[in-house]
Write a protein that binds this ligand. Structure first.
Ligand SMILES: Cc1cc2nc3c(=O)[nH]c(=O)nc-3n(C[C@H](O)[C@H](O)[C@H](O)COP(=O)(O)OP(=O)(O)OC[C@H]3O[C@@H](n4cnc5c(N)ncnc54)[C@H](O)[C@@H]3O)c2cc1C
Ligand code: SF4
Length: 327
């Protein structure tokens, strides 16, 4: 690990002033991802700006009937917040499917959004990786790629975004609020993470000098019909091979609205609004869910070790919608 300076920001203005113009500085919140990356020499900031004491921890209602999650609220506090459990149980389930209790106590909402891929080559500085060292190549394309993308990848990078929480936030149409030298911005969760294209080193559409302040949840939380299905190699403490956040609004057995975000398959939560819309007016049935799963995976492509994910994702979609409908 390289030597680095450490400062603690007392307010948002100080945090923004400290990061402005310093490309080698990083915010640190819970530290559960950044410190690991620093130990492996993947991230080498010369300065850490501790934002963990900023007054951004509240989980509170918004005037439009939704909820606002402060960027520094812990994953645990959000998952077990009574209003989140009651009105947004899909989000609680997704958060609790991730990591371990100890990690969730430390992990922040902002840090979870910004966590980096778990591609093994990204962590191994002895290998080529366009995300870690642009222009060096991608070891995963011809290497071990069991955990990699089947949708939205490019020849430069086939990594996936690893978060569970973000799949639920994407299905719920959450919005990320950021602030920086250029002012405040609101970024839909579904546009927050980037597909690799030819710039795999850029994970998100947030600028480096912007601070995430909150995530806003719209009023509709699908408390009646929802399911989070996570398929992984171990029953706990493992990242998803495939995950599905599914939500339905059903009236008299007929689907009024369907939402689905697919995880473990691309470098952002994968949504297909046309496929979701095709369920409107259908009866909630296995046949309808199988049809939409086929549509969602129509452009999927597997590599040597992960082609099984295409069939796995289809089955996980059918299971998630079936569970959601049955609730
Ligand atoms: C062993 C292990 C298992 C795990 N398993 C899972 C799992 O199954 N599912 C899952 O979803 N996650 C899992 N995680 C990841 C975990 O959820 C993340 O490490 C955590 O959410 C990161 O939050 P943090 O506050 O600790 O971020 P930090 O490590 O402090 O920061 C991470 C990044 O976010 C940036 N950042 C943090 N806050 C802000 C902000 N407000 N504005 C702008 N930038 C910010 C930092 O600069 C840094 O680049 C696991 C982690 C570990 C170590
Ligand atoms: S998949 Fe992406 S993160 Fe993994 S080695 Fe290739 S470029 Fe690096």
């Amino acid at each position: 690990m390289n030597a680095f300076a450490y400062t603690r920001a007392a307010d948002v203005a100080t945090a923004l002033r400290e990061i402005a113009g310093d490309g080698a500085a990083r915010f640190i919140a819970g530290g559960t991802n950044l410190i690991d990356l620093m130990k492996e020499n993947v991230e080498r900031p010369h300065r850490l700006i501790d934002i963990s004491r900023l007054p951004l921890r509240l989980v509170e209602p918004t005037p439009d009937g939704g909820m606002r999650l402060g960027a520094l609220a812990s994953n645990t506090d959000v998952a077990y917040h009574p209003e989140i459990e009651r009105r947004y149980p899909l989000l609680s389930q997704a958060i609790l499917a991730g990591a371990s209790p100890q990690l969730r106590n430390m992990a922040s909402i902002g840090g979870n959004l910004m966590q980096r891929t778990r591609c093994a080559y990204f962590y191994d500085t002895a290998t080529s990786c366009n995300k870690r060292a642009p222009g060096t190549g991608c070891s995963a394309v011809t290497g071990f790629n069991r955990y990699h993308a089947i949708l939205g990848m490019s020849e430069h990078c086939i990594a996936v975004h690893p978060s569970d929480m973000c799949m639920a936030l994407a299905a719920l149409d959450a919005v990320v609020h950021v602030t920086g030298a250029g002012g405040d911005r609101a970024i839909p969760l579904t546009e927050f993470h980037r597909l690799p294209d030819d710039r795999p080193e850029l994970d998100t559409n947030k600028r480096p000098d912007e601070l995430i302040t909150a995530v806003a949840l719209p009023p509709e939380g699908f408390p009646q019909h929802h399911a989070y299905v996570k398929v992984r190699d171990r029953a706990s403490y493992a990242f998803a091979l495939v995950s599905v956040a599914a939500a339905l609004r059903i009236d008299g057995g007929v689907i009024v609205e369907a939402r689905l975000a697919l995880g473990g398959v691309a470098h952002r939560p994968w949504r297909d609004r046309a496929a979701e819309a095709s369920l409107r007016g259908e009866r909630a049935s296995r046949a309808a869910f199988e049809r939409v799963a086929e549509t969602l995976l129509r452009d999927a492509r597997g590599f040597a070790d992960n082609a099984f994910k295409i069939a796995l994702a289809k089955r996980a979609i059918v299971r998630a919608f079936t569970q959601a409908a049955a609730r």
